[in-house]
Design a protein around this ligand. Structure first.
Ligand code: MG
Length: 307
């Protein structure tokens, strides 16, 4: 991806002092490498469900043949990736010509407590180790922990920051992926039981309570809309916190008419988007998952607003 910064650099308009001190953003670097032969469009492999698990090596090849350059996994468990040892899975992806840039993993507990914080940290240490061997850039928690009050949100943020720190030490960026439940309101502990008191939106508590250097947010734009919120509002309000998106619609992208992807991409790029993954959760009847995934690719590949 040619960022505005790259463009300015080429023109010699960016002074040395203006360049970001230190390292190149690895996500941007991976994406620009992948883009050498066209747009870098990623796929969350959850979209393929059983059709992928039927034959993983052939499925990965098919994903690459459709034109996807990168993939985000949803198949880590027991130290294995889609039931394969890390080296074997790595080879399968390489043979397919698919770059595995991310992975979704949930910790073993949904309710975080002071007592189980250490257990969750151990889980992330092992998970990060395994993913470092695979060579992912991002590791994302897709499932919402239990949050009802501001105090619970605070504890969740501590656990997230800690996971982010563990991942960062291995050179991996740690993020959180939302559904619609995050747009419910938490209750302040002092207000519990009071009628008509409006609390804070949980998603805002998570954004405000986590360290931007440790935790990024992979917004699922469809689930944000389903939570009756506007993705654009969040991109502006929390600029730079959404380097990765899930591009999702009710089924095939662009068909429901409820998602304005042009506005979403334009505003997300403006606020620091590096990478995105297509996702289909509800496939239309009479269509295979691979057909749905191919139609989504075509939609974005033909869209002028996707860089
Ligand atoms: Mg999603």
């Amino acid at each position: 991806m040619e960022t505005k910064r790259d463009f300015l650099k080429k023109l010699g308009l960016l002074t040395v002092g203006g360049a970001v001190a230190g390292s190149v953003n690895p996500l941007q670097a991976a994406v620009s490498n992948a883009k050498a032969g066209g747009k870098s469009i990623g796929l969350q492999l959850y979209s393929l469900g059983r059709e992928l698990s039927a034959n993983i090596p052939a499925g990965l090849k098919k994903v690459a043949e459709i034109g996807y350059k990168t993939a985000e996994l949803a198949g880590y468990g027991g130290g294995k990736f889609y039931d394969s040892e890390v080296a074997d899975f790595k080879k399968m992806a390489a043979d397919a010509g698919l770059k595995i840039t991310g992975s979704h993993v949930n910790p073993p507990v949904r309710k975080y407590t002071v007592e189980n914080k250490a257990e969750i940290a151990d889980f992330w240490k092992k998970t990060v180790d395994d993913h470092a061997k695979l060579g992912v850039i991002t590791l994302v928690q897709p499932g919402m922990p239990s949050v009802e009050s501001n105090d619970e949100a605070k504890l969740v943020c501590e656990v997230f920051n800690n996971a982010g720190e563990i991942a960062k030490a291995a050179g991996i960026k740690w993020g959180y992926h939302n559904h619609s439940g995050e747009f419910q309101k938490a209750v302040k502990d002092d207000d519990k039981g009071k009628r008509g008191v409006q609390g804070d939106i949980i998603y805002d508590l998570l954004l405000n309570g986590t360290d931007p250097k440790l935790v990024f947010f992979e917004m699922d734009v469809y689930w944000t809309v389903m939570g009756q919120q506007d993705p654009l509002y969040y991109f502006d309000k929390y600029a730079g916190r959404f380097p990765v998106l899930h591009i999702k619609d009710r089924s095939v992208l662009g068909q429901s008419g409820m998602m304005n992807f042009e506005n979403i991409f334009n505003r997300a790029y403006k606020n620091g988007l590096d990478e995105f993954y297509v996702e289909i959760e509800g496939i239309k009847t009479g269509m295979t998952q691979f057909e749905g995934v191919k139609q989504c690719f075509d939609y974005l590949n033909n869209a002028s607003f996707v860089k």
